[in-house]
Design a protein around this ligand. Structure first.
Ligand SMILES: C[S@@+](CC[C@H](N)C(=O)[O-])C[C@H]1O[C@@H](n2cnc3c(N)ncnc32)[C@H](O)[C@@H]1O
Length: 397
């Protein structure tokens, strides 16, 4: 058994107590069905058709539970295969699914490099896993082989800027304590952490300190024997090597150089993204969706009035701020975007309840259809850029 296996068996990550399923649903990106629908299906997926999903490196089950619960609530037919090489992580994920009495999930213990042996899928979630593989591109290629035509991969991989201070510590701890069993390694590293000087880059990195609170977070962040971060251009190249192409980032504004400064004419788009990452300086991960080259879904630019919009933020709070003429503050990965929307957009935002179509919101708002569409386009652009607006008729027949 390699160190990677030992670690996730000793400290399944993230730490989760199945009893908490009675209190809350953990949601996030990628893999919320509304986001999948928006990015891969233009918000128009027919959810009466079965949805076949692979959760590759499912860990303690956050992505799995979110997918199964949201689809079950909407009475959408689904089949989800959970795959992880850690038995301890699988036990927690299984207990969470059992606690919620969710059906339609098959649990497998194994490596994602054999993904295609488990079937072919409409969607694959692979979150926080590929950067731990000896050969991440081989992992990506294995996932590519398991995608149905037109299907999508939701990914999260580590980025270097937001992880400043992490890698020198990982190297030192693995150099010193790499041969120890996981529990002893953790204890030894914790003692050293208490001696870090105030100006150590890790101690200045406020975006990561939360992860040290529990042992599995500590281990995952600082003691993993195999962990690499990609620069954004390296990650795009890795996708390309596996025959994949980026469909969309979860929050495209994070990667948009044009939001920081004027982009020189003719600049290669990948160079522009790479420079944007350097200027942002805080990105610790990339989250987004990819598809096979030549199969990438077009993104919604002018939303049709039949779409059902969803907000990934409390609508009444947003509507109140817009009505008061205040900019909406959206913070992601240490970057705060201030979105200034016209005050008349407040009445529209207040009606985005995840059930009502745009055509119905027009009627209820009393606005002229042409004026509404112009206003909606502004909203669509601003909120899509920060990943806060999604389209899906899931749960609405
Ligand atoms: C950081 S956890 C992420 C878990 C989950 N995807 C999430 O986002 O909460 C990484 C998981 O990947 C699993 N893993 C690592 N390498 C793997 C491989 N080659 N095949 C399958 N699972 C793997 C580990 O056992 C661990 O549970």
């Amino acid at each position: 058994m390699c160190m990677t296996d030992q670690h996730y068996d000793a400290f399944p990550y993230p730490a989760r107590d199945p009893a908490d399923e009675a209190k809350r649903l953990v949601t996030g990106s990628p893999s919320h069905p509304h986001e999948i629908d928006t990015v891969l299906y233009g918000g128009a997926r027919d959810w009466s058709q079965p949805f076949k999903v692979l959760v590759a490196g499912g860990g303690t089950g956050d992505g799995l539970v979110m997918l199964a619960q949201v689809l079950a609530d909407a009475k959408a037919p689904y089949e989800i295969t959970y795959l992880d090489q850690s038995k301890a992580a699988r036990e927690i994920a299984e207990a969470r699914i059992a606690k919620r009495r969710l059906k339609g999930v098959r649990f497998e213990t194994g490596s994602l490099v054999d993904a295609a042996d488990y079937g072919s899928f409409d969607y694959i979630d692979c979150c926080g896993v590929l950067h731990h593989l000896k050969d991440p591109v081989a992992g990506l290629k294995a996932l590519e082989r398991a995608l149905n035509p037109g299907a999508g991969l939701g990914f999260m991989v580590y980025a270097p800027s937001g992880r400043s201070g992490v890698y020198p510590l990982q190297e030192a701890f693995n150099g010193l304590y790499g041969a120890l069993p996981p529990e002893e390694k953790l204890e030894a590293a914790k003692k050293v952490m208490a001696t870090l000087p105030e100006w150590h880059p890790f101690r200045r990195n406020a975006l990561l300190s939360d992860q040290l609170r529990d042992p599995s977070g500590f281990y995952d962040l600082l003691l993993y024997a195999q962990d690499r971060a990609y620069r954004v251009d390296e990650w795009l190249a890795a996708l390309g090597e596996a025959g994949l192409e980026l469909t969309r980032w979860d929050a495209p504004a994070l990667y948009d150089l044009g939001m920081i400064t004027e982009v020189p004419e003719g600049m290669d788009p990948v160079v522009a993204i790479a420079l944007c990452e350097k200027l942002r300086g805080t990105l610790g991960k990339y989250t987004g969706y990819a598809q096979r080259k030549g199969e990438v879904s077009a993104q919604v630019t002018v939303p049709s009035m039949g779409l059902v919009p969803h907000l990934d933020a409390p609508r009444h709070v947003l509507a109140k701020a817009v009505a008061a003429g205040k900019p909406l503050k959206m913070t992601t990965q240490g970057v705060t975007f201030r979105l200034k929307l016209p005050e008349e957009a407040a009445a529209i935002i207040g009606r985005i309840d995840g059930k009502t179509r745009l055509s119905e919101i027009v009627k209820a708002s009393g606005l002229e259809p042409i004026g509404f569409q112009a206003l909606w386009l502004k909203l669509h652009k601003a909120l899509t850029a920060t990943g806060s607006l999604r389209y899906s008729s899931l749960g609405r027949s």
